[in-house]
Write a protein that binds this ligand. Sequence first.
Ligand code: THU
Length: 134
Amino acid sequence: MDFTELVSAAQQAATKAYVPYSHYPVGAAALTHDGRLITGCNVENASYGLTLCAECGLVSSLIASGGGRLVKFTCVNGVGEIITPCGRCRQLLLEFGGKTLQVLTAQGECTLEDLLPQSFGDDDLDQYATKTGE
Ligand code: THU
């Protein structure tokens, strides 16, 4: 599956967004290691800080549909433009796609490590546990 298909799926997902406050729909789409296409859209809340980004919905869908790893990811806004995931969602994507996740942004293809250098992840916890024996 190439990024063209992911962009289309993300655009479709954006049409489902619940955005009565920002009026800024986002759709996200990803390919999993075993070939599944998963999507998500943003869901806002009257208590603004509780807003769920499109990536949150995508990760929930990943786990609910059997789990696995993300290998390709992109997200778009309500007019179909490719956008770059917010900082919090870069960390969310790291958990399930790792540093090598391929990401299509407005500036082209890159890895998640390009977007989130010097990241903190599960390997840091593993290294600590190895040292402490816990
Ligand atoms: N948003 C996302 O869904 N993902 C991002 O990576 C950037 C921001 C949403 C959150 C909010 O509903 C709207 O875009 C405006 O910030």
